[in-house]
Design a protein around this ligand. Structure first.
Ligand SMILES: [Zn+2]
Length: 117
């Protein structure tokens, strides 16, 4: 069941960001603009018959008549990968800090116990 169409070759695929089995084009590795176009060529924006038509147009070489304003709008709503990386870094930093405090605490308790004996 086709739920999206490859932006590059027009082959049907399971999801907007799925790698194309035919030409191996992977929207996940491309920029937001390609991802926006991929979303616009999925069942989120098109009916099954529209997807079929779009696929046929791309395969014939005519291409899909994207609404560039819509592409920009959809791209703007996509999560920013840089922001995600920053949040990941922040969480990693906090976890590392907690681990460090824990280690210092355990060493302190160990030393205190040794001093008692
Ligand atoms: Zn493809």
């Amino acid at each position: 069941m086709t739920r999206a169409v490859c932006v590059k070759c027009g082959q049907g695929k399971v999801g907007a960001f799925a790698r194309c089995l035919s030409c191996h084009y992977d929207p996940e590795k491309e920029g937001k603009e390609v991802q926006a176009r991929s979303l616009l060529l999925s069942d989120r924006y098109l009916t099954v018959s529209q997807l079929k038509e779009a696929g046929e147009r791309i395969r014939s070489g005519a291409g899909h008549p994207f609404d560039e304003a819509e592409v920009g709008e959809v791209a703007g709503k996509l999560p920013d990968r840089a922001t995600n990386a920053r949040i990941g870094l922040l969480i990693g930093g906090v976890v590392a800090l907690i681990a460090l405090v824990l280690v210092v605490f355990v060493v302190a308790v160990f030393l205190a116990l040794r001093a008692l004996i």
